[in-house]
Each structure stands twice: as structure tokens, then as C-alpha cells.
Design a protein around this ligand. Structure first.
Ligand code: FES
Length: 247
């Protein structure tokens, strides 16, 4: 038998059929040294209370589905070692999203915002497949590669102080994705993304708190994308720079 240590967890529960508002519930979990928070949540669900609801899939920091507030900070629970956290460990659903049940939040607004920036390569005219792929140099790839690392975990939305007060703000991940495609030498959709990025809910709502980049588990640095987008937009607005894809 592997050695275990009892650790106290406080978990925010919300059962819409019976709870008027979320309530904290305490659990004592025999944790192994190498466990992450997700292991403890799975133990609670398997051994103590099968009604606990939480999301996860890959267990390796890739799918982005296990994000929660861990002691008040947005984290991937499959990437947060229990041994590194002060006790009791408080687990709550991601902030800035409506709770569906227990630790599961409604991500519909997040998905809608991501779609708004058209995060795919837009071409004015597609060349025939028979004419080969669109070529790109290593330097052109370097221009945007960092921003392709986003796993849509939405931790940056839970950390964003602007979203806490302005829920319609399009948010860090959507802007980082827009920037990723705007920087891609194969893309001609910058003009189509311009209005969304420069709307009232766009890049100019960001107050550069940098919290999004602090919590990003993939070091995407969405705050850099937001603020570089502001610079590009300002130059385009003044006519110093043209928009790729504009007529
Ligand atoms: S379970 Fe996939 S990122 Fe944590």
C-alpha cells in the first residue's frame, strides 16, 4: 500500500435542484505524495460522494477541461500538486462564469467570443490544392507560434479583472487567437477581425492587469497579444499601417 496523508479539502458545491446558492463542503482525503488536485477530486467522487460534479479528460495539461479556482487562483487541477498547496485546499468553479453544477461552469459565452474573431485562416482566393501548400519561412512561423499554444482552458477569463465587471469583454484568449491569425503570413482576414477587436468590448477594454498571462498554463502570454493588438490597431486607424485583406 502506498503511503498517504490526510488532507482537508473545502469544495464549493451547488446542486441547482436543492441549493439556492453555492455552499462549502469539507472532505478529508487520504492523498498520496504524487497526487494532483484532480486525483483528490476523483477520489472524492469514487469513494466518498458520487454526486460531486467536475470536468476533466486528458490528465496531462492538454485538453484544458479541468480548470478550477484552487485556493482562489485559476489552475488546471491536473497540473496542481497537492503537496505544494497550503491546507485546507479550497476548490471552487472558475470565476467569471455561471455555475452549472458544483465545479462545472457554463462556457457558452467563452465559445461564442472565440468564434467572433474567426480563428481560422481566411483567404481572399483559395489556390487549388494541386498548386501545393502555402509556404512559410521559420521566421514567419515564429511571429505567431507562441499564440498557437492556447488550449482554451479559459483560466485567463477567470483571472481577468475586467471580465469580472464587464462580462461582454471579448477577453484574452479570443484576442490572442485573433492576433495569432492576424500575424500568420498565410492569412488575409485581418480586415474582417478589425471591427470585433476595436469594438467597445474589444482590445481597448483591457486595463493591462496582466493576470491572464500570470495564470496561463502554456505561457501563451495573452496580455502581450492584447497590447500588441492595440498598437497595430492604432497604427491602422491612423493610416500608418494597412490591414491585410482590406480591399
Ligand atoms: S484534464 Fe486535460 S488539461 Fe487537465
Amino acid at each position: 500500500m502506498a503511503e498517504t496523508r490526510n488532507i482537508g479539502f473545502e469544495i464549493l458545491r451547488f446542486r441547482p435542484e436543492s441549493d439556492e446558492e453555492p455552499v462549502w463542503e469539507t472532505f478529508e482525503v487520504p492523498c498520496r505524495e504524487e497526487w494532483v488536485v484532480l486525483d483528490a477530486l476523483n477520489y472524492i467522487k469514487d469513494e466518498i460522494d458520487g454526486t460531486l460534479s467536475h470536468r476533466w479528460s486528458c490528465r496531462m495539461g492538454v485538453c484544458g477541461s479541468c480548470g478550477m479556482m484552487v485556493n482562489g487562483t485559476p489552475k488546471l487541477t491536473c497540473n496542481a500538486f497537492v503537496r505544494d498547496l497550503p491546507e485546507p485546499i479550497r476548490i471552487a468553479p472558475l470565476a467569471n462564469f455561471p455555475i452549472v453544477r458544483d465545479l462545472v461552469v457554463d462556457l457558452e459565452s467563452f465559445v461564442t467570443k472565440i468564434k467572433k474573431v474567426k480563428p481560422w485562416i481566411i483567404r481572399k482566393t483559395e489556390k487549388d490544392v494541386a498548386h501545393g501548400e502555402y509556404m512559410q519561412t521559420p521566421d514567419e512561423l515564429d511571429n505567431y507560434k507562441q499564440f498557437t499554444m492556447c488550449i482554451n482552458c479559459s483560466l485567463c477569463y477567470a483571472a481577468c479583472p475586467v471580465l469580472a465587471h464587464e462580462p461582454d469583454f471579448i477577453g484574452p484568449a479570443a484576442i490572442a487567437l485573433a492576433f495569432r491569425y492576424n500575424q500568420d503570413s498565410r492569412d488575409e482576414g485581418e480586415a474582417e477581425r478589425y471591427d470585433v477587436l476595436n469594438s467597445h468590448e474589444g482590445v481597448w477594454s483591457c486595463s493591462y492587469a496582466n493576470e491572464c498571462s500570470e495564470v496561463c498554463p502554456k505561457s501563451v502570454d495573452p496580455a502581450a497579444a492584447v497590447n500588441r493588438s492595440k498598437l497595430v490597431s492604432a497604427m491602422q486607424w491612423t493610416g500608418l499601417l494597412s490591414k491585410r485583406g482590406a480591399e
